[in-house]
Structures are given as C-alpha cells and as structure tokens.
Design a protein around this ligand. Structure first.
Ligand code: PMP
Length: 368
C-alpha cells in the first residue's frame, strides 16, 4: 500500500473516482448534456450580469441566494404546483445539493437505499459521507425494461428501514420515469427516511408523467432535486436545486459551506432563468431525436428502453465495451454504464443523432 493509501480513510481505499471520459471527439454523446450552445441573446445577458456583479467581488455573495431562490421558485411554479422561495435550496450542480442532503440526513451509522441501476453518484456521494449504501433491486422484465413497481420498492424500503431513499425519475441510465405511486409507497413504507426524488431530466418526460413536486404538500420528508445542467443547457454554469419543506431546507444550512454559491454563479443562473423559454427551446427537438433513436435501433436488432429523458439505454450487444470502442473509433462517444450488453447514448442534434445511427449501421456483424 502506498503512503497516501495508508493515510486515506479505510472506506475510501481502493475506490475509483467518478470518471466519465472527457475526450475531444467529433460527437460526444456520453454525459447527457444538451448539445446546443447557449443562444447569443442569453450570452449577452450573462456577460452583462457578470459585469454588473464584478465590482462587488470584494464582498462575499448573498449567502442565502435570495433572488435566485425566488427565480427558481417561480420557474418550478410554472408546472402548476406552487413552490415558495423558502422551499428552495441550490448548489453547484445537483450533485452538491445531493451532498448536502447526505451530510444532513446521512452519515456514519446511517443507511441510504437506491434501486440499481440508477444514477451512479448516489452511492458515491453516500460513501463520501460515510453513509452505508444498500443496493435495492429493479425487476428486469421482458424486453430489457428495468422496472420498479410500487410493491417491490415499498417492500425493500420497509425491509431496510433506511434514513434516505433515492428514487431517480426519469431514471438514469434506464430513461424511464417512475409513477408517483412508487414515491408514495416508498414514503409510507420508510417512516424515518428522507425520500429524494432526483428529477434531473424531468423537462424531457413524455406527457402524462407527473413530477413529484405534486407530492410535496403534506409530506415534509419528500425532496425533489432538479438541475439546470440538462434541459436548460447550462451544465457549465453548475446550478442544481431542490424543492422541499421549508424546515428541511433550513436544516441544509447547517452543512453547506458559507457562501457556497459565488456571486457570478448566482448572477448567470438568474440571467439564464430570465430566458427560460429560449433556454428550453431545444427540448422538443431533443425529444424528437430521442424518439428517433428508440424507433430506429430495433432495425439493427437492438433493444432500446423507452425513455422520458434526453438519452436512451439500448441492449442487445454481444460485448458492450467492444461496441463502445468501435463507436469511438468512428468518432462517436457513448457511455458504457457497466450493464452487460447495454450502452447509453445521449440524444443530441439531428446531425449528431445521424452520426450515431450511421456508426451503429457500420458496426461489423459480430457486435450484434
Ligand atoms: N442526477 C442525475 C440523475 C444525473 O444524471 C446527473 C448528471 N449526470 C445529476 C443528478 C447531476 O447533475 P449536475 O450536478 O450537473 O446538476
């Protein structure tokens, strides 16, 4: 063991860091970003917003990010469920918001439950806070659909009696949204748990998939996390947030670092939110490309999972890592999510989607 490994916390030894490759490739479809650049009108407003706060950079930012909270509450309230600024918390990406939740409600002697395969950072952030992770199970039904029923989720939640439960809807990497019956059943079955519904991809959901925002009223243990990284095309801005009971939000102030959201971060997020319609303007074309991927892949004998997100998990591959490499050789970077025979691809622009589908068509027959 190296000196540093000796010094490292025992529970972190031998672990590998989160590492989606950041490669310079013509077609990068591996991290579920929005492929469209920020429109010039918004760029101009972002530049002006930074210029406006720059002289004040000698001072700490508003620790409570009051104005941003108001804007995020107004954005969520567009859904029809009224959300107040006191119900909002934000951080540098929803990963940081998830970290705050685990710091406040997890930790040593505490347990978090998630249903694998789901977002890989849920167990990783749990581990970094010393929270024991329990891998719950999803059913693998016919056609490669990774289902999670209310009965199964509730039974597992009751059995493990965790302090936190992570539900991801739409689920990364499988793409499908959960019915609200699953959230309600888990909430009722795990009476001491904070129920975190990770809705990073909610804006891409197909019609008829309601947000768990509608469950917040009367359920102070339910938290809905969101991000500006996906539909909002603002991954580089690093702004994630959550909506929950005001008392739960208040508790997160105990664990955050003072002034964790810089004044430029607050200002540029507000500038982007002022242009919500423009920033969300690409959602429909991305959804079309997602549906095109789902509709086209069966022609090659592949089995895509129906998706409510901006990506598609597809199965039917002999050796998923070999296919990942073969696609990369053609300049198309997709994600090997560690599920045998499956890969995940982000829905990009129509041209990127064509490049991906063409690369699939070019695969030698031994891949399929
Ligand atoms: N939740 C899910 C389900 C995600 O897929 C991601 C990003 N891949 C995140 C949260 C974190 O995103 P960010 O920190 O950029 O908000």
């Amino acid at each position: 063991m190296s000196t540093i490994e000796n010094l490292l916390r025992e529970d972190l030894r031998g672990r590998t860091a989160y590492g989606a490759p950041q490669l310079d490739v013509p077609v990068a479809l591996n991290t579920n970003e929005n492929s469209y650049a920020v429109p010039q009108a918004v760029v101009d407003e972002i530049v002006a917003a930074v210029a406006a706060v720059a002289p004040g950079l000698n001072r700490y930012p508003d620790r409570e990010f009051t104005d941003l909270r108001g804007d995020l509450a107004a954005y969520l309230s567009r859904s029809g469920t009224r959300v107040s600024p006191e119900q909002i918390w934000a951080g540098n990406g929803s990963n940081e918001v998830l970290l705050h939740l685990l710091q406040a409600f997890g930790g040593p002697e505490r347990t978090a439950l998630g249903f694998t395969p789901a977002y890989s950072m849920h167990p990783i952030i749990s581990a970094t806070t010393g929270t024991a992770w329990v891998d719950g199970m999803r059913g693998v039904a016919g056609g490669g659909v990774f289902d999670l029923t209310a009965e199964s989720a509730a039974e597992q939640a009751a059995r493990h009696d965790p302090h936190l439960v992570f539900l991801c809807s739409p689920n990364n990497p499988t793409g499908t949204a959960l019915g609200l019956d699953v959230v309600e059943a888990v909430h009722d079955a795990a009476p001491r748990a904070v129920i975190v519904v990770d809705e990073a991809y909610e804006e891409f959901a197909r019609p008829g998939t309601p947000s768990a925002l509608t469950l917040l009223e009367g359920r102070p243990r339910v938290v809905v996390t969101r991000t500006m990284s996906k539909a909002f095309a603002f991954a580089g801005g690093r702004l994630g947030y959550l909506a929950a009971d005001p008392d739960l939000v208040d508790a997160l102030r105990l664990v955050r670092m003072p002034y964790h959201l810089s004044s430029p971060a607050q200002a540029i997020a507000r500038a982007a939110l002022r242009h919500t319609e423009t920033m969300l303007g690409t959602v429909d074309v991305i959804k079309e490309q997602r549906d095109r991927i789902v509709d086209t892949l069966p022609r090659f004998g592949l089995t895509p999972v129906p998706s409510d997100a901006n990506f598609v998990l597809f199965g039917g591959l002999r050796d998923s890592h070999a296919t990942w490499e073969a696609l990369l050789e053609q300049g198309v970077l997709v994600r090997d999510v560690g599920i045998a025979h499956y890969l995940r691809v982000t829905a990009g622009t129509p041209e990127e989607t064509s490049a991906f589908l063409d690369a699939i068509a070019e695969l030698p027959s031994e891949h399929l």
